[in-house]
Design a protein around this ligand. Structure first.
Ligand code: G3I
Length: 353
């Protein structure tokens, strides 16, 4: 690891004492193109997991997408293919075609798969709509869903976002169909059922805007502490890290939050990182974006309980952000043409250390 890092730095004969980010980025671009070291190779050396979410359409249609995916990443997360509404469009029936193809790609290229997501308030099947379920009915549906999906991928998908986004900004529990019908115990039940379906899987609670300290992350901290106290099988917390150059994360608080979860013996994964620049890319915003990626990578790798960085999308071409916010953006590590951006080199620099 250290040897590779020294090699990368010395190759160009350029000192590490670079002061400005633009100089650093230029330097890293040169170093990378001279050595051909990929992010995946750097990550492998340091036992780190570097990942991206994957969409089925480009995976099927775009050879360049497949090439960059296998070359640069050692883990992937299906972006939509494993969501309940996507898998089960009719009650009792499952269509695993998309999810199976993504898992098969990962296996063919020795990549891990992080499953996303078993219990969420969004992307519910259409057959949920306009129907009232009793508490027992909904528990049966959820248990069957978790057994079916986790069971199918046992041995192939060995970590899961079990419960996704169950907490509101103000720290209250989200008023989802699960909470309303089953009560807050649905969280504990989901983790227990996932563990029964695959006792080897590492199980995560995953949420956004709860990376720093505050009402939302305090509720999550208290929730997972209570789950640990009750011996519920939970292994970690996913920090989605959907962030922006206009409002970058509070780095000291992110580090403190990772630390307090370490005290509960819980892992942290950065599960869905992207950094909005709020427009078409220009050098200065790309450099600011690189700095956010760099800082988060450094904080994660410095912690004993964090070694996964997954971005929410491979290339700016397929990010959810311009669609959702109806505004141009470029939040990821690779540009529209699959060229690595300054953020890529900034992450590589930290991983190479
Ligand atoms: O595939 C259909 C397409 O056939 C159809 O023509 C089109 C018309 O709207 O919709 C397409 O499906 C969309 C799908 O993305 C694929 O692009 C859905 O409408 C759209 O709702 C879906 O959005 C996804 C969203 O979750 C909701 O499931 C985003 O891709 C995905 O990036 C986003 O991911 C979430 C995480 O799961 C949880 N954390 C937050 C994150 C960002 O919102």
């Amino acid at each position: 690891m250290l040897v590779l890092s020294i090699f990368v730095y010395k190759y160009q004969g350029i000192s590490q004492e670079k002061s400005t980010i633009n100089e650093e980025v230029d330097y890293l671009v040169n170093a990378r193109s001279s050595t051909n070291v990929t992010l995946r190779q750097l990550a492998q050396k340091s036992q780190m997991k570097i990942g991206t979410s994957v969409l089925i359409e480009p995976l099927r249609k775009d050879a360049k997408y497949r090439e960059v995916l296998a070359r640069e990443f050692n883990t992937l997360t299906p972006e939509n293919a494993m969501k309940f509404g996507k898998l089960s469009q009719e009650r009792g029936n499952y269509n695993f075609a998309d999810a199976d193809d993504i898992v098969a790609f990962a296996q063919d290229h020795q990549m891990q798969v992080h499953g996303h997501t078993l219990v969420w308030y969004r992307n519910l099947p259409n057959w949920f709509k306009d129907r009232q379920f009793s508490r027992q009915e909904l528990m049966d549906i959820l248990q069957k869903h978790i057994y079916t999906v986790v069971g199918r991928y046992q041995g192939k998908v060995n970590s899961w976002d079990v419960v996704n986004e169950a907490v509101n900004k103000d720290g209250s529990f989200r008023d989802s169909i699960w909470l309303k019908t089953i009560g807050s115990e649905y969280i504990e039940m989901a983790f227990r059922w996932a563990h029964e379906a695959n006792p080897n899987a590492r199980l995560f609670y995953n949420d956004f805007e709860a990376e720093d300290l505050g009402k939302k992350s305090d509720t999550i901290y208290n929730l997972v502490k209570e789950l640990r106290r009750k011996n519920v099988p939970i292994h970690g917390v996913g920090f989605q890290m959907h962030t922006s150059i206009k409002k970058p994360p509070n780095y000291a608080e992110v580090a403190a939050n990772i630390r307090r979860l370490n005290e509960l013996k819980l892992e942290v994964k950065i599960t869905e990182m992207d950094v909005k620049i709020h427009n078409q890319p220009v050098a200065v915003t790309l450099a600011e974006q690189a700095k956010v990626y760099e800082n988060i990578t450094r904080i994660c790798l410095a912690a004993p309980n964090c070694n996964t960085l997954t971005t929410w999308g491979l290339s700016d071409r397929f990010s959810w952000i311009p669609i959702f916010y109806k505004s141009p953006d470029a939040p990821l590590l690779f540009d529209q043409n699959y060229q690595p951006k300054p953020a890529y080199y900034a992450v590589a620099k930290i991983v190479a250390r």
